[in-house]
Each structure stands twice: as C-alpha cells, then as structure tokens.
Design a protein around this ligand. Structure first.
Ligand SMILES: [Zn+2]
Length: 243
C-alpha cells in the first residue's frame, strides 16, 4: 500500500493508551492485514474517534500514512458487539479470539479469510452457543489458514485409520502401533468432533454437540499443538478463562 490515504474495514484486536489523549490500536483489516494505527485525541470526551477504537469494534476506517504508525483520521462503525461490554463472563472468550489472532498474524499481508473468521467468531459468541466449541473451532481454523493444519485423516507414520490419539510434536493423529511419547489419547468421538470443526463452516458450530470429555480432550490437543508449533506467550484471556 503506497498511497498516503487509504480506507479499509477493520476489527479492533487491542488498544493501548499512548501520550496524554491518544490510543495505539491494533486492527485486523480486510485488505491490509494487521495494522497498528494511532487515533489522536481518542481519549478526549468529545472525540469522534473514541467509539471506533474500543475493543470489539467493527468499522470502516480512513488511514493517513505517517512516519511511524498510520493515523486513523475517521471511522464509520459497521456493526456493534455490545455483548462483550455488557456480559463480563463473555469478555474473556472474545479477548481470547483477539489475542490468538494478534499473536499468530504478523505484518500487513492481506488475510480476508481471517478477518471473516474473527468477525463470525465475535457474532457467534453473542448467540448463546457453546462457547468452548466456538473457541476450539476458531483455533483449528486459524491454524489451518496459517498453514499449520493438524493432520486429522490418518496416522502420519503408517496411514492406519485405527487411531489412538494425537501427537503435538508430529502434528498428527497416530495409531496404536506407532505410539509416540507425547501422545494425547483421544476417544473416537473427539476425533470426529475435531474433523467436523475443522472442515465445516464456523457458522455451523451451533449445530454440533459434544460431551464434556470430548471438549476437554480437544482443548488439550489444540493448546499443546498450538504452543508446540507457534510462539504464543502468556495470554491474559487464558488466565481470565481459568478464573
Ligand atoms: Zn501408525
């Protein structure tokens, strides 16, 4: 992007206070990937930018390229996600989607699929569905879109379909014979669940049912797989979700 002024749709992932009245906002945009931009004066009461730079905002922004960060010069809100503000229990779930996106996406490469994925994730969390399944589906889909898809078809070593669990190190399901040291045992229902969540559209996650055990197994599989292959660091949302 070379022109000095550009417009793009964006989702606010993170926002920090800088200076007296400004905010530094991390946005996932539709056409320009992840952008950090400054909203000057956004902390002033009368600022027209204030509402457009809160967490969980979906808006169309006008940016002006500066020497360091782009400046946000105007915003036009597209959709509101007030449930994250109104429901304290829901907030950490939304924050988790944001933090995962922020840590896994680098640079200003266009990633419209991930933009759509996050937008759908925010919407689904407001619809009283199974929050745990929404998070698990989101994890599988974001790593898939980044090219780190877990192997869920057959045993990576021998091709067997007689599967016993998942190896985070191998990034694949493994059979009885090819057991490895880091195998996370999975019941067959969990394997079927992981496949459905990975392959089906995120919008359909509300139609999927799973037992507590299946969700626990999948939570462990996803989190060990992601932290083995990708640098996540500590997430504030994970701490909040545990509490
Ligand atoms: Zn095998």
């Amino acid at each position: 992007m070379s022109s000095r002024i550009f417009k793009d749709r964006g989702l606010v992932l993170r926002t920090r206070v800088i200076g007296e009245a400004d905010r530094l906002v991390t946005l996932l945009t539709f056409e320009n990937g992840k952008i950090e931009a400054v909203a000057r004066g956004a902390r002033k009461m009368k600022s027209r930018l204030a509402a457009g730079v809160d967490l969980f905002t979906s808006a169309e922004y006008t940016f002006h390229r500066g020497k360091t960060w782009p400046l946000i010069t105007s915003q036009n809100q597209l959709e509101s996600f007030l449930w994250f503000r109104d429901d304290p229990d829901l907030y950490p779930y939304g924050l988790y989607l944001n933090e995962l996106t922020d840590r896994l996406i680098f640079g200003e490469e266009p990633c419209p699929k991930l933009y759509q994925l996050l937008l759908i994730g925010w919407r689904l969390l407001g619809e009283n569905g199974d929050r745990s399944l929404i998070l698990r589906a989101f994890e599988l889909k974001i790593v898939y879109n980044l090219g780190y898809s877990p192997g869920l078809d057959c045993c990576q070593e021998c091709g067997s379909e007689n599967l016993r669990g998942f190896s985070p190190k191998e990034g694949s399901l493994m059979c009885d014979r090819c057991r490895c040291n880091d195998l996370i045992p999975l019941e067959s229902g969990t394997i079927a669940l992981a496949r459905r969540l990975l392959q089906g559209p995120l919008q359909q996650v509300g139609k999927i049912r799973a037992s507590i055990r299946q969700k626990e197994e999948l939570t462990r599989m996803n989190s060990t797989f992601i932290s083995y292959h990708l640098e996540l660091g500590e997430l504030k949302s994970k701490r909040l979700l545990k509490e």
